[in-house]
Design a protein around this ligand. Structure first.
Ligand code: 5GP
Ligand code: ZN
Length: 111
């Protein structure tokens, strides 16, 4: 299968990996939307986070746990996790991933 994130897991495409376990890889987003922008993905291919949750609820939980660990390691008290599911929601890579964003305010209205 020709999947960008599977190639990042295998190391065929380089990425700045911040955490790797037997089941999960976390790496910096190539186009960061915030000072911290990390993508947390299952090493196994699933199309989106809902598929992960359906197939393996423990793995879905681990992805959120790793997001919290990375945020903690980076000293982020507040952070946003986001999973886009489907083209119209803005999903552009169809290998499940959780965005971890931090280091700026996402509060609305601002201020
Ligand atoms: P989506 O739009 O599917 O929710 O998120 C996909 C994310 O993958 C985007 O934020 C995009 O910047 C990131 N991305 C796309 N191609 C690459 C790449 O080759 N390397 C890295 N590190 N991130 C990528
Ligand atoms: Zn994949």
């Amino acid at each position: 299968m020709d999947c960008l994130f599977c190639k990042i897991v295998s190391g065929d495409i380089p990425a700045t990996v911040v955490k790797k376990t037997d089941s999960i890889t976390a790496f910096k987003d190539i186009t960061p939307q915030a000072p911290t922008h990390v993508l947390i993905i299952p090493n196994k291919h699933f199309e989106n986070m809902a598929e992960v949750a359906n197939a393996d609820a423990d793995l879905a939980g681990q992805i959120f746990k790793v997001a919290g660990e990375i945020a903690h390691e980076l000293g982020l008290k507040s952070y946003r996790t986001n999973a886009n599911t489907g083209l119209e929601a803005g999903q552009s890579v169809f290998h499940a991933h959780l965005h971890l964003l931090g280091g700026r305010s996402f509060a609305w209205p601002p201020g």
